[in-house]
Design a protein around this ligand. Structure first.
Ligand SMILES: [Zn+2]
Length: 431
């Protein structure tokens, strides 16, 4: 499979099944895999090839794991090192995970330096000394000393103060209020004097709280205010957003054309293609230049005529090659060729060929089949090295418009493909 990124196809890749990156399930999948390592270590201890750290007769540590952090603890001897190496390598083979030895460290407690250096060369990892940090907490430092905990307190302080600097310091509220029979009265009592910033923030907080009256008999719960049931719905969020932001100013003719477009019963990818075409949002060479993806002016030329710059107006309507295509299409429809002014105008004029309102779902099928086929042919020339073939393209337009038209009308058509080739408008009008 290959996908188009900014209009250019990526290298082919094999499609597989699994969890995507960022999937909420992936940490659990990781835990299941990491559990395998603990299992293997337990087995190694069980059969006596690894000797963990014995705290007491019934407490022995060999592995500590937290998420992707793992500590293996054991006696400092060669038997244990061999077992660690064997277990880690086996774990790599069965799980498909790779252990980053560059990030792994060996710590020795009361061990000879020579032994540690030899062991680190054997396991291909670096040597470090205690205390070290595990999950942000110093391990091996004296926990009774204040200095051990200073970095953690500082860290917490930094984090709390970065809450946009306007938040009240910790523990500043001594009391928030009291129940008066059934009603709650807010009464904020502050621990110590407030700074000027804090006074303003406190006033703001009191103002916010004045609207809130807790209910003694009910437990707290979350409520989505705009919905009567208090439940979140995408629709209500969409409505809020619609009211907050005025839509981009789009030419009202284009808006009308878009409404007609959605009424057509064609595959959704084609509707979306038509939508992008009417809004001039297709990644033509000129559009890629505007987005600074293309900088070489020689890459801007039209894939059909190689003369003019490729923008939507040129590629679909004004290029000598596209004009030939449209002429053939109008010939097939037995209609006069419509000259091009603007995309929406061309679209609307074409739709007017089929007057009846009830046929809205088939009005632009041929227009969409034509523009869609032009775009596909352009992509095949550009990315697959195809050669332009007018007769082939026109046949393709006739065929796919037939497939879209006949495949999506529910009644049994009284006409066949040759009728469609002879007089498509009569077929559309006959449904
Ligand atoms: Zn051209």
């Amino acid at each position: 499979m290959s996908v188009l990124v900014n209009g250019s196809p990526t290298k082919d890749f094999v499609v597989g099944k699994g969890l995507r990156q960022g999937d909420p399930l992936s940490p659990f999948l990781f835990l299941i895999a990491a559990e395998g390592l603990t299992g293997m270590m337990q087995k190694a201890v069980g059969i006596g090839v690894f000797h963990g750290y014995k705290v007491s007769d019934d407490l022995l540590f060999h592995t500590l794991q937290f998420a992707d952090d793992t500590i293996l603890i054991g006696k400092g001897n060669w038997d244990n090192l061999w077992s660690i190496k064997t277990v880690l390598r086996s774990f790599e083979l069965v799980s498909g995970l790779k252990i980053n030895f560059f990030k792994s460290k060996l710590y020795g407690i009361n061990l000879d330096d020579n032994f540690l250096n030899a062991a680190s060369a054997f396991l291909h990892c670096g040597v470090e000394s205690i205390p070290f940090r595990f999950l942000g907490i110093p391990v091996g430092a004296n926990p009774r000393r204040k200095i051990t905990w200073n970095p953690i307190v500082d860290n917490m302080r930094k984090r709390l103060s970065s809450w946009n600097g306007r938040n009240l310091s910790i523990g500043v509220i001594a009391e928030c209020g009291l129940w008066n029979e059934v009603e709650w009265n807010w009464r904020l009592l502050w621990n110590g004097d407030l700074a000027q910033d804090d006074i303003e923030a406190a006033a703001e907080l009191e103002c916010l709280l004045s609207d809130i009256s807790p209910n003694k008999d009910r437990t707290d719960y979350r409520k989505w205010i705009t919905n009567n049931l208090g439940m979140f719905s995408v629709n209500s969020a969409y409505c809020i957003l619609q009211n907050c932001y005025s839509p981009l100013t789009i030419n009202s003719n284009v808006v009308d054309a878009l409404q007609d477009l959605w009424a057509n019963d064609v595959p959704s990818k084609v509707s979306i293609f038509g939508w992008r075409l009417l809004l001039a949002r297709l990644p033509t060479r000129k559009a890629l230049e505007r987005k600074r993806i293309i900088s070489n002016p020689r890459e801007l030329c039209c894939a059909f005529c190689f003369r003019e710059e490729e923008d939507i107006d040129h590629l679909f309507f004004n290029c000598s090659i596209s004009i030939q295509v449209w002429k053939k299409v109008y010939e097939w429809l037995d209609m006069n060729f419509i000259t091009f002014e603007e995309v929406w105008k061309h679209f609307t004029t074409f739709g007017d060929l089929v007057k009846s309102k009830s046929l809205a779902k088939a009005r632009h099928v041929i227009w969409l089949a034509t523009t869609w086929s032009i775009w596909r042919t352009r992509n095949n020339i550009m990315f697959r090295g195809d050669v332009f073939n007018l007769a082939l393209l026109v046949n393709q337009i006739i065929f796919i418009s037939w497939v879209w038209f006949v495949g999506r009308i529910e009644l049994n058509p009284s006409f066949v493909f040759s009728d469609w080739c002879n007089d498509p408008l009569a077929c559309i009008l006959s449904i």
